[in-house]
Design a protein around this ligand. Structure first.
Ligand SMILES: [Zn+2]
Length: 45
């Protein structure tokens, strides 16, 4: 079970830990679907 090692700041996306992308094990990266690459926590207004 993966758990973010970095501590999240308020407003950061919990899925990519504020980076906006996932680091793939095989190399490269994939844009985070949850924040659409912004790295910020998605909030509905
Ligand atoms: Zn994200």
């Amino acid at each position: 079970m993966a758990y973010p090692k970095r501590r999240l700041k308020p407003g950061e996306c919990a899925y990519c830990v504020g980076k906006g992308y996932f680091q793939l094990l095989l190399g490269g990266s994939e844009t985070c679907d949850h924040c659409h690459g912004s790295g910020k926590h998605y909030q509905k207004h």
